[in-house]
Design a protein around this ligand. Structure first.
Ligand code: FES
Ligand SMILES: [Fe+2]
Length: 325
């Protein structure tokens, strides 16, 4: 998973990171994520160099993170700056440090890159536009690799089978043509497809057609595990789905979903959240059963049909960018 170290990955929603540090695992590396006195987030190894205690069990002291076992303090660069057991606590040996990693806040999430990231995090202008209202859903932790979680989000064929009446219409299972193109590390695709009429339980969509609605979607997949979807039904109402999967390790993932809408501002956020919880739990059962647990990027593996064109383009794009590992 070496190449994945050179990409930004989400580790938490911004609003979940308050004054207390949190633990996150990224590509098998245990991390502590914390905010300094200015609110700026930082990430470092969660393993105290002294006795291996989890720093995430400690607390923030000014601009340092303090280990809960003996109170050693580390600054944002991972350098230990205070050892209270010493006569002079600032006389810290040079070896007293932990690896620190690049950390930024973007689109309502905190992101970490273990090595210099090769690509920027996609910018969503509507996030700060008052005409759009946003809801965070998840994170959805799955016993499956991030590539499986991301590909499931791109899969059109499963809607009538896994989400009948919610996302797909079992009477219209044929997947329409979809135009797919790839530029460097981004796969673009657009589709107009049948969807289920809005359900009574989750009236979250703006599809006025109550019999055979169609949805128009414009997608972008950004390597390795980010998906941006703008959708509508022909009117001015629109939704934006921003989905990113955190690779905990090769076979485990955590999906963060942020959904924006330019309508239905009065509807409680819980309606969308409950809807997505249902959808993701329907998907989880299926995807956790897939073998292998991460996408086999060799395109001679598995059997691709014409309507799997997006998955095929994703696998090729990941391979071309060195992420097929
Ligand atoms: S184990 Fe962290 S200060 Fe001792
Ligand atoms: Fe699904």
């Amino acid at each position: 998973m070496t190449a994945l170290r050179t990409a930004w990955h989400p580790v938490t929603f911004s609003q979940e990171l308050t004054s207390a540090p949190i633990a996150a695992t990224l590509l098998d590396i245990p991390l502590v994520i914390w905010r300094d006195s200015n609110g700026t987030p930082h990430a470092s190894s969660d393993i105290c160099v002294h006795r291996g205690t989890a720093l995430s069990g400690g607390c923030v002291k000014g601009d340092n993170i303090m280990c809960p076992y003996h109170g050693w303090q580390y600054d944002a660069t991972g350098t230990c700056v205070h050892i209270p057991q010493l006569e002079d606590p600032s006389r810290v040996p040079p070896k007293a440090k932990v690896p620190a990693y690049q950390c930024v806040e973007r689109n309502g999430m905190v992101w970490v890159a273990l090595e210099t990231p090769r690509f920027d995090i996609p910018q969503i202008d509507e996030i700060t536009d008052p005409n759009w209202k946003w809801v965070n859903c998840g994170p959805y932790e799955w016993n499956a690799g991030s590539s499986r979680q991301l590909e499931n989000f791109t899969d059109f064929g499963h809607f009538p089978w896994v989400h009948p009446g919610l996302l797909g219409d079992p009477d219209r299972p044929v997947v329409p043509d979809c135009d797919v193109s790839t530029t460097a590390h981004v796969v673009h695709y657009n589709i107009v497809r049948p969807e289920a009429p809005n359900s009574d339980e989750f009236p979250i969509f703006a599809n006025a057609d109550t019999t055979a609605p169609m949805r128009t979607s414009r997608y972008e997949i950004h390597a390795p595990f980010t998906l941006l979807l703008r959708l509508g039904w022909g009117g001015i109402e629109g939704m934006i789905y921003f989905f990113v999967s955190q690779p905990i390790d090769k076979d485990h993932s955590r999906g963060f979903l942020t959904i924006g809408r330019n309508y239905n501002f009065d509807q409680p956020a819980s309606v969308i959240r409950d809807f997505e919880d249902v959808i993701f739990n329907q998907d989880k059962v299926i995807v956790e059963s897939q073998r292998p647990k991460s996408v086999p990027f060799d395109i001679t593996s598995e059997l691709h049909m014409k309507f799997d064109g997006v998955a095929l383009a994703y696998r090729k794009m990941m391979t071309a960018n060195g992420f097929a590992e």
